[in-house]
Design a protein around this ligand. Structure first.
Ligand code: GLY
Length: 333
């Protein structure tokens, strides 16, 4: 078997495994009409931007760019850059909380409507890591660059060295060091990773995801956000999904890829997000201690979200309106 054919078969087998449980568990196999509706192309000419949490300025920026005719990926990157540059945001970009040794390390990925993607892991001294992930996609033969290699590539691409640890983040870290406890916070100050999905005027979908990861994480720790399929996944024929929250659990269930595959098989974005959260909560009781949230969009422009605990909201820009939507959640006990 030729190598290319082997890779294609392996990918298809992987996708089949991921959706197998759902297919066998479904009472109804999705009708051909339903699948066709989900896979419609170029149906939606009203641009839509959605992003995790209440990042209103970031989402408005992306929505305005889309309205001017900017393509989905560039709109998403300009949107998330608002938060990468927001010094008050302690979970994304400059001003993000450091690892336990005091180093701010950033993770990001992007995925375009043609299926191309790029990702950077554990990058220091660079603020706009979503744009850097795009450069990995467009300017290298690779998908992922990590750590010093990604940083050196950034300088070669003209990015400037920046001091990511702000005085406020340093102070908070020093306070944490007084009695260091490594405990994930649910809805950390009501924000976390920013994941953004955009549908442009051509109906094309792309996305970006960027974060400083868990506060006071172990040195070298990388979560779901820069991992294509976990933190973000796009299939322009179907839709896209992004995740926020405890990255380890999203990684274990390849959450964003799962959601897109569930939509491929006829689920709405809402139902697909519910199923992806259920895959996590059904496996163990530890979900009580962490938050995970997903948002998704399909090709028809329908959106959905679901999370484990109350408190997650997402932004939705459509027809010039930028709304904060409260997500339904699992843990109603
Ligand atoms: N979802 C962000 C992280 O776990 O790093």
């Amino acid at each position: 078997m030729k190598r290319r054919q082997f890779i294609r078969n392996a990918a298809l087998t992987g996708a089949g495994l991921a959706i197998g449980k759902t297919l066998t568990g479904c009472a109804d196999t999705p009708s051909e009409e339903k699948k066709e509706a989900t896979m419609k192309t170029k149906t939606q000419n009203t641009p839509i931007a959605i992003c995790t949490w209440g990042f209103a300025n970031a989402n408005a920026k992306a929505g305005e760019e889309l309205s001017k005719g900017v393509k989905a990926l560039d709109a998403a990157i300009s949107g998330v850059e608002v938060e990468e540059e927001n010094l008050k945001n302690t979970t994304v970009g400059k001003g993000g909380a450091p690892d336990r040794e005091g180093n701010v390390t950033l993770d990001a990925c992007v995925m375009d409507s043609n299926g191309d993607c790029g990702s950077v892991l554990c990058v220091e001294n660079i603020t706009n890591v979503a744009e850097l992930a795009k450069r990995v996609m467009t300017e290298t033969p690779h998908v992922i660059l990590a750590s010093k290699g990604a940083e050196e590539f950034a300088y070669r691409q003209g990015f400037e060295k920046d001091q990511l640890l702000t005085d406020a983040s340093k102070k908070a870290w020093e306070k944490w060091l007084e009695s260091p406890e490594y405990k994930p916070l649910i809805n950390i100050e009501n924000h976390d990773t920013i994941g953004m999905l955009c549908m442009d005027k051509d109906g094309d979908i792309a996305g970006a995801c960027t974060t400083s990861g868990l506060s006071y994480k172990m040195k070298g720790r990388v979560g779901d956000s820069p991992i294509i399929g976990s933190g973000l996944f796009i299939d322009n024929e179907i839709g896209g999904a992004v995740a926020t929250g405890m990255g380890e659990e999203v990684l274990k269930t390849v959450g964003s890829f799962l959601i897109v595959e569930l939509m491929r098989n006829g689920m709405s974005p809402q139902d697909a997000c519910v199923e992806a959260v259920n895959r996590i909560t059904s496996k163990n009781d530890r979900y009580k201690d962490f938050q995970i949230a997903y948002i998704a969009i399909n090709k028809a422009g329908e959106t959905g979200s679901y999370c484990i605990h109350k408190g997650f909201t997402y932004m939705k820009y459509q027809d010039g309106k930028n709304e904060n939507v409260h997500s339904d959640y699992f843990d109603k006990a």
